[in-house]
Design a protein. Structure first.
Length: 154
């Protein structure tokens, strides 16, 4: 596995957790139409994502999300990247989180056909490197669904 790179905040990124975050984010957006997390805190030991939703997710929905992410991990899907110009990216992605002054060329990370998004972070090369994904807790308050998750190493 590659050495984690430092991001703009000088915190080490942990590629397995970052890749798991992409899988959960992509599925939340598809399944519940809420878009990707509006707030994220991704770290080695545990991570949390916040979504705007009209109601709390049920235990069955949370279990189903966990099962989905673990199925993609088990499938050993390749993680790839492509570089495209911002004009093309605007047609395909929400550009609101792109930093001011970003270059005209942006990076898209693909996890097979399961997820694609703009990203400057580090990732695994195959999903089997992630480990077992586990939702450790969730909370719903004032229209915000928080999902906290961990990775158990394979």
């Amino acid at each position: 596995m590659e050495t984690p790179e430092l991001n703009e905040h000088n915190k080490q990124e942990y590629p397995p957790m970052h890749s798991a975050e992409h899988l959960l984010n992509g599925e939340m957006a598809k399944r519940f139409g809420c878009g990707r997390a509006f707030s994220a805190h991704v770290e080695r030991k545990k991570s949390k994502l916040d979504y705007h939703l009209p109601r709390p997710l049920t235990d069955d929905e949370l279990r189903s999300l966990e099962d989905y992410v673990n199925a993609v991990i088990t499938a050993d899907v390749e993680v790839t990247e492509e570089f495209i110009c911002q004009d093309e990216a605007m047609e395909r992605f929400d550009m609101s989180r792109l930093p001011e002054g970003a270059s005209d060329t942006v990076r898209v990370v693909h996890i097979g056909d399961y997820d694609q998004c703009l990203c400057a972070g580090t990732h695994v090369k195959h999903t089997s490197e992630i480990g077992r994904f586990r939702i450790s807790s969730s909370r719903f308050q004032d229209g915000v669904q928080r999902i906290v998750f961990k990775l158990d190493q394979a």
